[in-house]
Design a protein around this ligand. Structure first.
Ligand code: NDP
Ligand code: GDP
Length: 335
């Protein structure tokens, strides 16, 4: 069990994916703890928009953003040489399952090989740095046990999950081959007001808010019988940091231990604006997937016992927070 109040002695953390949902919350957490935070910023044509999440949390100016890309090993080597980080969090990825069938090669390069590029850069330049890999419950895919734990066999069901499984296996392999401090967090779905609009929770909270504001009538969804174990990103980034404070590196499932259908999650959002989800949801086969992960349910026992980690925010609280944030955005004319 680790002391959650431990303050590092002027530690430096390097985060890939710092402009994403988890990267933004993790950066905020580490800044609070006194870290110097270096963030990887791949070049995008709309530069300022990609900082929207860091801006939302009011931390953009407190982070050193460095140009580079997960598929450019040289850029990662240069950054490690320049900043000598103590902790490296690899959160960067093509992270959307739905797109991974359209872009399987890019997903493989960024989400799979990208992680190995980070591991190689650490091995070459900063072998004592502690490494966190953002693994995923999607690796369980066609579930082999009703509750998935660290020992449950994997059965990936999408190009995204296959790429993540490669990255996960390489993280374990680098730990065993080179004695690197490398950990994998097998995180179940986690959401927040900073979640991308393509993911089902945010699509639903944004949709419910728009319908409540009279801007649209219906919400088109795919398989609403799918079940997910949803937690809050703020709780989950705390677990990432806790993993890197252990004496020995290890892998942990991070989950709530509760699974809910997309249908019931929708009703939580619509209830919050006084509407009935059934009156507004339209099933559209366009959103069905070539291979579906029907149900995920994590067993967070090891994280609870060994890290002392527990989630603090319930699904209902989170969905209500997300609807409220979407109402604010819509009223301000923002995305
Ligand atoms: P996001 O999609 O919000 O963020 C992904 C980040 O990766 C963005 O900052 C993105 O930058 C960056 N990125 C994309 N391509 C590259 C590239 N070629 N080089 C460098 N950076 C790149 O994901 P989340 O924050 O939700 O998730 C964080 C990590 O955790 C991801 O690896 C995800 O797969 C994994 N994960 C997430 C779960 C969840 O439920 N949220 C569950 C389990 C695992 P830009 O925005 O500029 O494209
Ligand atoms: P995932 O678990 O990483 O794929 O997260 P998502 O939020 O993208 O999807 C969660 C579940 O919701 C999956 O089983 C999807 O098939 C299901 N789902 C149903 N309708 C939709 C939809 O319109 N968009 C998305 N993204 N998922 C949907």
């Amino acid at each position: 069990m680790i002391n959650q109040d431990t303050s590092p002695q002027m530690s430096t953390a390097f985060i890939t994916g710092v402009t994403g949902q988890d990267g933004a919350y993790l950066a905020a957490l580490l800044l609070d703890k006194g870290y110097t935070v270096i963030g990887l910023k791949p070049r995008r044509s709309i530069g300022s928009d990609s900082l929207a999440r860091l801006d939302w949390l009011g931390i953009t100016d407190r982070i050193t953003l460095v140009d580079g890309d997960l598929i450019d090993l040289a850029s990662l080597i240069r950054i490690l040489q320049d900043y000598q980080p103590d902790e490296v969090y690899n959160l960067g990825a093509q992270s959307y399952v739905g797109s991974s069938w359209q872009q399987p090669l890019l997903t493989g390069q960024v989400t799979g090989i990208g992680a190995v590029n980070v591991l190689e850069a650490i091995r070459l330049v900063r072998p004592d740095a502690r490494f966190y890999q953002a693994s995923t419950s999607e690796m369980y895919g066609m579930i082999q046990e009703p509750e998935q734990s660290e020992t449950t066999p994997f059965y990936p069901r999408s190009p995204y999950a296959c790429a993540k499984l490669y990255a996960h296996s390489m993280t374990v392999n680098y730990r065993e081959s080179f004695e690197m401090y490398a950990c994998s967090g097998i995180l179940f779905n986690h959401e927040s007001p900073l979640r991308g609009l393509e993911f089902v929770t945010r699509k639903v909270t944004d949709g419910a808010a728009r319908i409540a504001e009279g801007l649209q009538k219906n919400l088109r969804l795919g398989n609403i019988d799918a079940k997910r174990d949803w937690g809050h990103a703020e709780d989950y980034v705390r677990a990432m940091w806790m993993m890197l404070q252990m004496e020995q590196p290890d892998d942990f499932v991070i989950a709530t231990g509760v699974t809910t259908t997309v249908r019931d999650m929708c009703q939580l959002a619509f209830d919050h604006v006084g509407l009935n989800a059934d009156d507004h949801i339209v099933i559209d086969p366009e959103f069905f997937r070539p291979a579906e992960v029907e149900v995920l349910l994590g067993n967070p026992g090891k994280a609870r016992d060994e890290l002392g980690w527990e989630p603090k925010i319930s699904l209902k609280q989170m969905i209500e927070q997300m609807v409220d944030a979407d109402l604010v955005r819509i009223r301000q004319g923002r995305e």
